[in-house]
Write a protein that binds this ligand. Structure first.
Ligand SMILES: Nc1nc2c(ncn2[C@@H]2O[C@H](COP(=O)(O)OP(=O)(O)OP(=O)(O)O)[C@@H](O)[C@H]2O)c(=O)[nH]1
Ligand SMILES: [Mg+2]
Length: 331
């Protein structure tokens, strides 16, 4: 095992873009141990002034839409053609102790994984989505302090996770499948409202006609929505992660969005910092609650009584909160 690093070692290593140290710093951020968390928060405090330099892009879409293929192609293109340094992170609410399933198979991003200008990190495992989101946010900051120009955050568009990702990035990309008509009904309207661009993926070969049709219907849907920002009207476009078609145009949209929003991006990021603070408070409060001796003394019996239908959840919550020393306002 390598030796323990000091706070200075972590700071210097991350700032120098040392991948091994960056990887260990991320492990620290993901750790549930008290001393690791203290060190992680001290490190983030030191690095914060060196963050904020990356384009933060969230990418979502249903399983099989082609996210991994697309991110690989986009990442390699950005690295080779635009001389960017790319970090790829994932938010996977289903990932438990064993690590994420998204990006779990780095084999799907083989080329990017081996690229000297890319860094790929699977989803942190955590007990709560909030915990995953908080860790991903912090990992993003570590990557920025390490000098990455672009952070791509992948998430499956099936639950709450895409909302959380949308809240931690500057630009939110929704990938869709060709042949929309029906699919338009399957996807939650809320996700369409969060998108800064809807890209119909797999617009290649035999799919092309259906992809164009899909682009038309999403384009029409977007025109009916009130945009999130008066400065940006989301469009629908065609891409193919397989052939790379449409990627330069897509990236041009990311740059144009940045240009159009100007100071709004900074305002958005400030709001996000505040969200990060609250998510830390929530997580720590919950931890303190679970580790509280008097709560611990009654929690099993109380939970069991609720499960058995012998105690109302409201009364049970009241008991637990009182054990914790909070006077509940439930009635
Ligand atoms: N024709 C075509 N097929 C694609 C394209 N991108 C991905 N595929 C295929 O679609 C399937 C799913 O691709 P992935 O990149 O693994 O999709 P994903 O969205 O990451 O899937 P999950 O990780 O399971 O959510 C694979 O068989 C790919 O070969 C594309 O641009 N065109
Ligand atoms: Mg994938």
């Amino acid at each position: 095992m390598s030796r323990r690093l000091s706070l200075d070692d972590y700071e210097a290593g991350v700032r120098a873009g040392d991948r091994a140290v960056l990887g260990r710093a991320i492990t620290l951020v993901e750790s549930r141990r008290h001393d690791d968390q203290r060190l992680a928060q001290a490190l983030l405090g030191r690095l914060l002034p060196h963050t904020g330099g990356a384009r933060r892009v969230g990418i979502t879409g249903v399983p099989g839409v082609g996210k991994s293929t697309f991110i690989e192609r986009l990442g390699v293109w950005l690295a080779d053609e635009k001389q960017k340094r790319i970090a790829v992170l994932a938010v996977d609410p289903t990932s438990r102790v064993s690590g994420g399933s998204i990006l779990g198979d780095k084999s799907r991003m083989n080329q990017l994984a081996q690229h000297p200008h890319a860094f790929i990190r699977p989803s942190p495992s955590a007990t709560s989505l909030g915990g995953v989101a908080r860790r991903t946010r912090e990992t993003m900051l570590l990557c920025e302090a390490a000098g990455f120009d672009v952070v791509l955050v992948e998430t499956v568009g099936v639950g709450q996770s895409e909302t959380m990702v949308a809240e931690m990035v500057d630009f939110f990309l929704l990938l869709m499948l060709p042949g929309a008509g029906d699919e338009l009904q399957g996807i939650k309207r809320g996700i369409i409202e969060m998108a800064d661009v809807i890209a119909v993926n797999k617009a290649d070969g035999d799919n092309l006609a259906r992809a164009r049709e899909a682009k038309r219907s999403y384009g029409a849907a977007l025109r009916y929505l009130k945009p999130r920002s008066p400065s940006w009207h989301p469009q629908a476009m065609l891409v193919s992660g397989l052939t790379g078609d449409g990627l330069p145009e897509l990236w041009a949209q990311v740059e144009a969005h940045r240009e159009a929003l100007g100071h709004e991006v900074e305002a958005r990021r400030r709001t996000q910092l505040e969200g990060w603070m609250w998510s830390l408070v929530e997580e720590e409060l919950l931890r303190a609650f679970r580790e509280h001796d008097e709560v611990g003394a009654v929690i099993d019996a109380t939970t069991e009584a609720v499960r058995e239908g012998q105690l109302a959840p409201t009364a049970a919550a009241q008991t637990l909160l009182e054990a914790f020393g909070v006077k509940p306002t439930l009635d």
